[in-house]
Design a protein around this ligand. Structure first.
Ligand SMILES: Cc1cc2nc3c(=O)[nH]c(=O)nc-3n(C[C@H](O)[C@H](O)[C@H](O)COP(=O)(O)OP(=O)(O)OC[C@H]3O[C@@H](n4cnc5c(N)ncnc54)[C@H](O)[C@@H]3O)c2cc1C
Length: 395
């Protein structure tokens, strides 16, 4: 029997782990991850607003199926020309195929003053420690102005700032302090949610919950002494407690040739195939790639499936499908569902969608560990919830 080809995967997160488990039958797969743990990042919201750490991480080795090799080390360089991956100790590994999936780098210092702000009030896009600071704030604040402002529109999970402000509202209401807290969501867009159709679902909910929305406000500078945020557009916003969604950059990995990455360090990958430039043996998937039309686990998952089929010679292509379960507080939820050809459909807010979000979260580890079981279920789910179907259903 011919020897299996070597497939290296940089990063064992949402995209890398699923890809590894989907490939192991046909390839000699090695995942290189800089930590022994795989984090479920959506849990940062549950920590920040519910103090719930239950689903935060698992050991990566427990998620990879038998036969996948795991190396715990930091990749510092990928040379696409010579097919060489260099680890932190300068050890090198070669490959027949490589998939680069190391996620994003959070740069608080990308917004002047945000490092200091995060020390005080935390955030829910970086670490569990910072998310737990948010929980301290929302469970102790009694009065004043509470702000969530977006500093980078290309952040992970497009609906997360909205989930954050609505979950904060829930906490304040349950604590009986909501009437004394002015809540502001400041966004760079011309309306609360960038996609007009989905905005029709979200904006009335924000209004009903008494959340003030400031549009055309891209957080640019924070004066923590005087408690003021200034926007790129030149406006000022005062706060008593504030969270600013930080700048997201590409991975801290040297990737050669230089034109394989854009100015923010994201890897230039084709949006349909995830192939990097002209290298048909190299792919970038998930948050690290420029092809992530939404930085979500579902996108990373679907891209992994496309890559796993393409390397077997199939002409699989991304449709740009998003499927972001969005929690709205008080056991209500909705979904942001779109694709390259259809903006987000008007999926209504209801308890069923909240339950669906919870079910996705509970099934997360199993979805990664058993793609052979979940793939047919997802095929049916995605087929029946295509944006064009939902567009007709929810006008
Ligand atoms: C608050 C919040 C809520 C979210 N909610 C949702 C949601 O409801 N639904 C959804 O689908 N998505 C959601 N997401 C987004 C989702 O978590 C990410 O899009 C997803 O994890 C991206 O997967 P990835 O594989 O690209 O990166 P990651 O899952 O971040 O994995 C990257 C891996 O690479 C490793 N790594 C990094 N650098 C190196 C290196 N140099 N060498 C070796 N290994 C390295 C990391 O340790 C990590 O294990 C949310 C994110 C946040 C922050």
């Amino acid at each position: 029997m011919a020897e299996k080809k070597k497939f290296l995967i940089v990063g064992g997160g949402a995209g890398g782990a699923i890809l590894a488990n989907s490939l192991v039958k046909d390839f000699d797969v090695t995942v290189i991850n800089d930590s022994p743990y795989h984090y479920y990042w959506p849990q940062l919201l549950q920590i920040a607003f519910r103090n719930d750490y239950s689903n935060l991480y698992r050991s990566l080795s427990s998620l990879l199926v038998k036969g996948v090799n795991l190396v715990i080390d930091r990749v510092k360089k990928v040379d696409l020309q010579d097919r060489i991956v260099t680890l932190s100790n300068n050890k090198t590994m070669n490959y027949d195929y490589v998939a680069i999936a190391p996620g994003v780098t959070i740069e608080h210092k990308g917004i002047d003053g945000n490092e200091k702000l995060v020390e005080q009030y935390g955030d829910f896009h970086s670490t569990p420690q910072n998310a737990s600071k948010v929980f301290d704030v929302v469970s102790n604040m009694k009065k004043g102005t509470f702000v969530i402002a977006v500093g980078d529109p290309y952040h992970r999970c497009p609906p997360s700032p909205y989930e954050g402000i609505l979950l904060a509202d829930e906490v304040f209401r349950l604590r009986g302090v909501r009437n004394d807290i002015n809540m502001i969501l400041a966004v760079p867009y011309p309306r609360a949610y960038p996609a007009e159709t989905f905005n029709e679902v979200l904006e009335p909910i924000l209004k009903e919950r008494g959340i003030n929305v400031m549009t055309f406000f891209t957080a640019d500078k924070i004066d923590t002494e005087n408690k003021k945020i200034t926007s790129l557009e030149g406006e000022e916003l005062s706060y008593d407690a504030a969270i600013v969604v930080p700048v997201h950059k590409g991975p801290k990995i040297e990737i050669k040739p230089d034109d394989a990455i854009n100015q923010d360090g994201f890897i230039n990958a084709d949006k349909f195939t995830n192939q990097i430039l002209k290298y048909d043996d190299a792919f970038a998937i998930g948050d690290a790639s420029t092809s992530a039309n939404a930085k979500t686990g579902v996108t990373a998952h679907l891209q992994a499936k496309v890559v796993s089929k393409r390397v077997l010679g199939l002409d699989a292509r991304n449709t740009g499908r998003t499927n972001c379960p969005t929690e709205l507080g008080f056991e209500k939820g909705t979904f942001v569902i779109s694709d390259y050809n259809h903006p987000a459909a008007k999926v209504p807010a209801n308890t069923i969608n909240f339950i669906m979000k919870r079910l996705f979260a509970d099934a997360y580890w199993d979805i990664i560990r058993h793609p052979e079981f979940w793939d047919p279920i997802f095929d049916v789910y995605f087929e029946n919830t295509q944006p064009e179907v939902l567009w007709k259903l929810f006008r």
